[in-house]
Design a protein around this ligand. Structure first.
Ligand code: M6R
Length: 612
């Protein structure tokens, strides 16, 4: 949460900072600010609300001959999203500025001491203590002062610091919040996430916890925060390009990302299913066949949409690989007694690879002796660096806060993982392996051809539903997690209260909610639990619920139950979750769009949740 950018080089800095902030705005959009060094002063602009307000404020300065600066887009934790609380924050002299992502947990105590020493605060943020703390230790060396300040800080931070008396230099440091440097021959960049760097450089260095970097024009030094010892770091090359993080003519990133799903699935599968044999190849998984044969249990850990992917995977892994699976929400996992050991494999699922709770979960699992594999979309993210093995989803950058293509790519990766386990443990026959692998590839093609028709039909259907106050989603078996996912999507971008239920669970309470005003989207493919789900649909119908059915093409029965039926092509039953997710995503998108909601930047949310 919160996005940091920094630049020092030969380009004019304001456009670089604004472009970086635009590309990081998905991380937080309560307020934004920037600072740059101009002649013999630091010039600071801050604005409450979205980035556009900052852009308007800075507009007439855009071409200023300034070449070093920092920017920030905020997701408020401490203090309301006002201009005064927007970053950058300054020390008492105004000559030192800080941008920060994370939470300084002991800020109250530190602030008390600083106030007693005579420091004057002008915001309610935890971040401002960093500026004053560094000021307290600052004599003539900024790096030393930052290191001394950080020695007293508890909590998480990715930060950028600038000092007027040290022109052309930025100091950055990281602990538990992501920070990546971009390097070039004549410049250095700083960012919370890769999209901010894509227009300028593909060469990046991921900072690790307790590391501090000094950035100058094309030169940098990295050292340990505590030790001050220089550290040599690998420069990585990023294979995404700048256009991948643009809207490409779509009204919203979310819609573009919904349409990118067939390609994202194929990219995730590519090279991992050997066409002739159906053999699965996952070389980066970091586990030998012997390791896999020894697994007694798998613990899947994730948050939000990624947790829904884990719930689907439990059905798959238990059925096809015969391994018991626990699924946990990471914020619960990390605070309960975990019965983990070296024969339990922990698998984290995360688009960003930076989600604080999931990261803490895998650290805990590793400390208990469990091997850790991560399924992740962002190359080089913290989870991928800490796990023993990685299965990358190749969805490309996901910018919309509502996760779409990351989810179906996660499902694809988890399906491959299931097949791989079955292959190694010989619980899946060779023919079946091939059939299932082919079915996964086929579903991508079917989504591709049916997506525009689905969108058209759903756009018409939602005229009846877009002003609903509540919404239910139901499904059974593999489609139960998809009902949860549909409800989450609708809540987060349209602000309609929505719940997902296992269809068979309705009669244990939620059916009391059903009346003529309650819309229910029911996922009823002709699968092995079809008749059971239809019975649940009948129970809703008997109570006059407004049914919206998603079912299999050719199922004439559905149209007798309601006027609102969306037919999808028949796919292999195991792959229904990938296909049935699409109408749920489109329903949420069309409703949110119809209601005039801010689809890509829904209120109170941020894309990457790097605080607890
Ligand atoms: O980056 P992660 O996959 O770890 O993120 C987990 C959740 O924060 C994320 O899926 C969130 O629930 C989405 N906004 C849902 O659309």
């Amino acid at each position: 949460m919160c996005g940091i950018v920094g630049y020092t080089g030969n380009r004019k800095v304001i456009p670089v900072l604004l472009e970086g902030l635009r590309r990081l705005e998905y991380r937080g959009y309560d307020s934004a600010g920037l600072v740059y060094q101009y002649q013999d002063a630091l010039v600071k602009f801050r604005a409450a609300g979205k980035l556009v307000h900052l852009e308007q404020t800075v507009d007439e300065h855009i071409g200023e001959e300034a070449y070093t600066g920092l920017g920030h887009t905020r997701w408020a934790t401490h203090g309301a999203p006002t201009q005064d609380n927007a970053h950058p924050h300054s020390d008492c002299t105004g000559e030192l500025v800080v941008v920060h992502n994370g939470i300084i947990e002991n800020y109250g105590k530190l602030k008390q001491g600083l106030v007693a020493d005579g420091h004057r605060f002008s915001s309610e943020t935890d971040t401002e203590v960093l500026a004053h703390l560094i000021e307290k230790y600052l004599k003539d060396d900024l790096v030393t002062a930052v290191r001394k300040a950080l020695a007293r800080v508890e909590g998480s931070y990715a930060l950028g610091v600038m000092w007027l008396k040290d022109p052309g230099r930025l100091v950055a440091a990281r602990n538990q919040s992501p920070l990546v440097m971009g390097v070039d021959t004549d410049a250095c960049y700083l960012a919370s996430d890769i999209p901010a760097l894509l227009p300028y450089t593909k060469k990046v260095i991921f900072l690790d916890d307790h590391e501090l970097a000094v950035l100058e024009k094309g030169v940098y030094t990295i050292m340990g925060v505590e030790s001050g010892q220089e550290i040599s770091k690998e420069i990585k090359t990023i294979h995404w390009n700048a256009a991948m993080a643009e809207k490409a003519g779509y009204k919203h990133f979310m819609l573009k990302e919904i349409y990118e799903q067939p390609q994202a699935i194929l990219n995730t599968v590519s090279g991992r299913i050997i066409p002739d044999t159906g053999k699965i190849d996952l070389p980066e998984i970091g586990l030998s066949d012997e390791d896999i044969n020894k697994i007694e249990r798998i613990a899947l850990v994730a948050c939000g949409t990624s947790w829904h992917a884990a719930l689907v995977a439990k059905y798959w892994i238990e059925k096809w690989a015969g391994i018991p699976v626990d699924v946990d929400i990471a914020s619960e996992f990390r605070y309960r007694r975990l019965l983990l050991h070296n024969r339990v494999l922990t698998v984290s699922i995360s688009q960003s690879g930076e989600t604080a709770d999931t990261l803490a979960g895998i650290r805990l699992a590793a400390s208990l002796g469990s091997r850790v594999v991560t399924i992740c979309n962002v190359v080089g993210s913290t989870m991928t660096r800490e796990a023993d093995g990685v299965i990358y989803t190749h969805a490309g950058p996901e910018i919309g806060v509502a996760s779409t293509k990351a989810f179906t790519s996660q499902l694809s990766a988890l399906f491959l993982f299931t097949l791989y386990l079955g292959q190694v443990r010989q619980t899946i026959e060779q023919d079946m392996l091939k059939e299932l692998g082919t079915a996964l590839i086929d579903v991508a093609a079917l989504i591709d051809t049916t997506l525009p028709v689905m969108q058209e039909q759903i756009r018409e259907m939602i005229e009846e539903y877009y002003d609903a106050k509540d919404f239910l989603f139901i499904g059974r078996g593999l489609n139960f997690p998809i009902a949860l996912e549909g409800a989450l999507k609708l809540k987060e971008i349209s602000y309609i209260h929505a719940e997902g239920y296992a269809a068979g669970e309705l009669k244990h309470g939620p059916i009391a909610l059903i009346d003529k005003d309650m819309p229910v989207m029911a996922l009823v493919p002709q699968d092995s639990v079809y008749q059971k789900t239809i019975s649940n649909v009948e129970e809703i119908r008997a109570r006059q619920g407004r049914l919206l059915l998603i079912g299999t093409l050719g199922d004439e029965h559905l149209i007798k139950l309601t006027d609102d039926v969306l037919y999808l092509p028949r796919v292999h039953e195991e792959l229904n979750p990938l296909l049935y997710t699409i109408p749920a995503q489109l329903l949420s998108y069309e409703i949110a769009n119809r209601r005039g909601c801010d689809v890509d930047q829904p209120r109170n949310l941020a894309k990457s949740v790097t605080v607890e």
